[in-house]
Design a protein around this ligand. Structure first.
Ligand code: PFF
Length: 464
């Protein structure tokens, strides 16, 4: 086994960096939307069960494979089984695609942070503000490139001196900011034009109460699939990122504890994001006000912040700063996994590799940022939704490749190799692999079936 030259300093550094990768826009703009749409508490219960079973299985596998092989996806899968190198290549391609647009989204968030910092909360709440921003050929490119450059700079500084340092600062601050906004959200109260008063507490109850009305088998399955796809996007698994981060973990670190802590952090921030967003949207716009993805963050929330009056500017600043931290720590993990794979393939050093990749992705980000103006076009995806350049990249990487990779990796570990391969790594240093029996059942039987169904559904081959 080749000796790694860069490592996280210890368990805390690793957990915060991995949590930094896991906590991203998915937690902030997708989780609350899904919870509101999929029956509130019902979705929460299903999600929590999946985190502890399915999420645990995939996260454990990725991190253990990384530490065991001391390599990134391509080298790691090749070392596990030379014939399965293709799976490493497929896995490597996910961050390669994601990187083209992640910094663009980071740029949008940075732009909104600036808007709130300069006190323009009411302009941001205008109906066409977001559309006119992203369709401009200059501003989204400038902010996207800025975000990309900062990401590259952190990766250039290395694992401990860059990624770990930034994560150790940003993740605790992010947690504090999210808690502050969540508490504020619970105290809100508003009377609409018809004299109806809605409170944050009512919104909170709407969020956590399981809604069983109209629950059919199809709807239950739909909720299950929503929760599953959210989960592994959220944990950054099946894209090689956790393999790369796992390869930087020192042998004496207890992986069992680390996996639980990463899951806890990621799920905690997702749940808190719900407390932060759902009551606020509920108070000012009722239950129909929730958007998903960009429309939640850049259209619905600015209206809510505006309705808060002067406090809305402060809340907007805190919210978009926490969103920058969440996105930046995810973005660096995406670039890091590409850099790490390239360093292993081409035997180059970190600085040179990062510089070359930074140039490539600055160009790619500019193209994607222009996907709403200069390079605008529209296609319909197999799942029926209409998409631009950014959505296409997102669809291919998240809906097609990730479930396929997860499926193949469970087959490789569960059947071709052996779950013992992962279990041995979890027990290295005399630690107890606490959920070992469940891991074996999940990786061999349950996860492959679930992944197959998810793959068929998200590619439109199976409709429900
Ligand atoms: N896990 C991040 C989130 O939930 O937003 C998203 C993410 C991070 C996706 C890193 C992809 C990635 F490579």
């Amino acid at each position: 086994m080749e000796k790694k030259t860069s490592n996280f300093s210890g368990q805390l550094g690793f957990v915060l960096a991995a949590a930094g990768s896991a906590v991203g826009v998915g937690n902030l703009w997708r989780f609350p939307y899904l919870a509101a749409k999929d029956g509130g508490g019902l979705f929460l219960i299903i999600y929590l069960v999946l985190v502890l079973t399915f999420g645990f299985t995939l996260l454990t596998s990725d991190i253990a494979i990384g530490r065991k092989t001391q390599k990134s996806a391509i080298g790691a899968y090749e070392e596990m089984h030379p014939k399965w190198k293709f799976l490493g290549v497929l896995t490597f391609l996910v961050p390669v695609l994601i990187m083209t647009y992640y910094a663009v989204i980071g740029g949008w968030i940075t732009k909104y942070a600036c808007v709130y910092l300069t006190g323009q909360a009411s302009s941001a709440a205008q109906d066409d503000y977001f559309t006119s921003f992203i369709t401009s050929p200059v501003s989204p490119v400038v902010f996207g490139l800025l975000f990309m450059a900062v990401t590259a700079f952190i990766v250039y500084k290395g694992v401990e001196g860059g990624i770990e340092k930034v994560s150790k600062f940003m993740m605790p601050v992010l947690l504090v900011l999210v808690v502050i906004i969540a508490i504020y959200s619970l105290t809100l109260k508003h009377e609409d034009a018809d004299g109806n008063v809605r409170t944050g507490l009512q919104g909170f109850l709407y969020y956590i109460t399981p809604h069983f009305e109209g629950l059919t088998v199809e709807r239950f399955l739909q909720i299950l699939l929503d929760a599953m796809s959210q989960l592994f996007f959220s944990l950054s698994v099946s894209m090689g990122i956790m393999i790369t981060y796992g390869s930087y973990v020192k042998p004496e670190v207890d992986l069992n504890k680390s996996v639980s802590q990463v899951e806890f952090f990621d799920t905690g921030v997702a749940l808190l994001a719900g407390v932060m967003i759902i009551p606020a949207v509920f108070v000012f716009s009722g239950t129909d006000g929730m958007g998903v993805g960009p429309s939640l963050m850049f259209v619905s929330l600015p209206k809510v912040f505006d309705a808060m009056g002067p406090a809305g500017t402060v809340v907007g600043v805190l919210f978009f700063i926490s969103a920058i931290f969440a996105t930046l720590t995810s973005c660096i993990s995406v670039l890091e996994s590409i850099v790490a794979n390239c360093m292993e393939i081409f035997h180059t050093d970190r600085k040179k590799t990062t510089l070359v990749l930074a140039l490539i992705y600055l160009a790619a980000s500019a193209v994607i940022a222009l996907g709403y103006s200069v390079f605008y076009f529209n296609v319909t995806l197999p799942n029926g939704s209409s998409a631009q350049l950014l959505d296409i990249m997102d669809y291919v990487s998240n809906s097609v490749m990730m479930p396929l990779i997860a499926l193949l990796s469970t087959i490789l570990i569960g059947w071709v190799k052996s779950p013992k391969y992962v279990a041995d790594e979890m027990e290295r240093g005399g630690y107890k692999f606490r959920r070992k029996r469940m891991y074996y059942v999940m990786i061999r039987y349950v996860a492959p079936v679930m992944m197959l169904v998810l793959f068929l559904q998200s590619t439109g081959l199976l409709s429900m």
